[in-house]
Write a protein that binds this ligand. Structure first.
Ligand SMILES: C[S@@+](CC[C@H](N)C(=O)[O-])C[C@H]1O[C@@H](n2cnc3c(N)ncnc32)[C@H](O)[C@@H]1O
Length: 287
């Protein structure tokens, strides 16, 4: 079976350690592989008539928000992270209260801009972990895919573009409406679940991803239980279980993932893969 990119890079690094490859050759290879990832991401997301990812994502925001001024959209994007922080502090969110946190995500105006900007890869390339998740799904023959905490839906678009049966679930109506509109724009279909009003179906998915979601959860253990029920036996959970205290991101409310990882284990989830090179994601399989 072909290896996932983080494993390929780790293997190449061993060759550097054994002096079979120079650092420059390694860096060139890493850049080449990441360029392939970037290309898959861009091909899935850039709309017809646009050549550049950042400009295409901004044009979506412009069209959706009714603000034609792309410079203004870019300004909103570049201020989005600090605006999310302002919204969090401004609405005095109680990080231990599910309703309070839910209301924050449901009402945040800046979060859509923040996520779209992040997905433009202008700040860092970690959204490309979605491409690893997609390759994992391909390698394991997954057909039904749940994007849990789907945000603006870019990950779901990647999977749907390649023919998977995609469901997006989130607690934010704003995020779900925007994602639904983005799918419509591309003539792609998906199911959308507003977790404020509906739960996840049981035994339904071959794979689910919670990309940069667990650090946002008031009760990650309850979520693990829900995700366990939603997966088919043998199904895969792809996620990142790591976050550090970050004063720019007060909405990252979970830093200790030990209880979550213990719960995964006690339910019978088995870790089957870990990214030890790029972004630190893990995959657990439902026994
Ligand atoms: C940082 S965003 C990540 C979005 C997307 N997965 C991505 O990679 O771009 C976190 C998402 O988690 C959602 N979220 C927060 N609490 C949640 C919960 N209890 N259940 C489901 N989604 C939740 C937020 O609404 C937001 O869309």
């Amino acid at each position: 079976m072909e290896k996932l990119l983080p494993d390929q890079l780790k293997q190449l690094w061993r060759m550097v350690e054994q002096e079979q490859l120079t650092l420059e050759e390694f860096s060139r290879e890493q850049e080449r592989f990441l360029a392939e990832y970037r290309s898959l991401w861009e091909q899935a997301l850039i709309l017809n008539g646009h050549e550049n990812l950042q400009e295409s994502l901004c044009s979506e925001l412009a069209q959706y928000s009714g603000c034609e001024d792309l410079a203004e959209i870019q300004r909103r994007c570049s201020c989005a992270l600090s605006n999310v922080k302002g919204e969090w502090h401004g609405s005095s969110v109680d990080r231990d209260d599910h309703q309070s946190v839910q209301q924050f995500y449901n009402e945040s105006e800046a979060m859509i801009y923040e996520l779209m900007w992040w997905h433009s890869l202008s700040e860092d390339d970690s959204p490309l972990a979605c491409v690893t998740a997609f390759h994992f799904a391909q390698m394991h023959g997954c057909r039904t895919y749940l994007d849990f905490g789907a945000g603006v839906g870019s990950g779901g678009i990647v999977f749907a573009r390649h023919g998977l049966d995609v469901t997006l679930a989130d607690i934010s109506s704003a995020m779900l409406s925007f994602s639904q509109w983005r799918f419509g724009l591309r003539d792609l279909s998906a199911q959308f679940i507003d977790l404020k009003v509906g739960g996840l179906p049981g035994n339904a998915y071959d794979m689910l991803a919670a990309m940069d979601v667990f650090e946002h959860l008031v009760d990650p253990i309850q979520t693990v239980d829900e995700l366990w029920r939603a997966l088919k036996p043998g199904g895969y959970l792809f996620g990142r279980f790591h976050s550090e205290v970050d004063e720019d991101r007060p909405h990252h409310i979970v830093q200790d993932f030990e209880p979550t990882l213990k719960r995964l284990e006690s339910l019978g989830f088995v870790e089957v893969w870990r990214d030890e090179w790029l972004w630190g994601h893990q995959v657990f399989q439902k026994a």
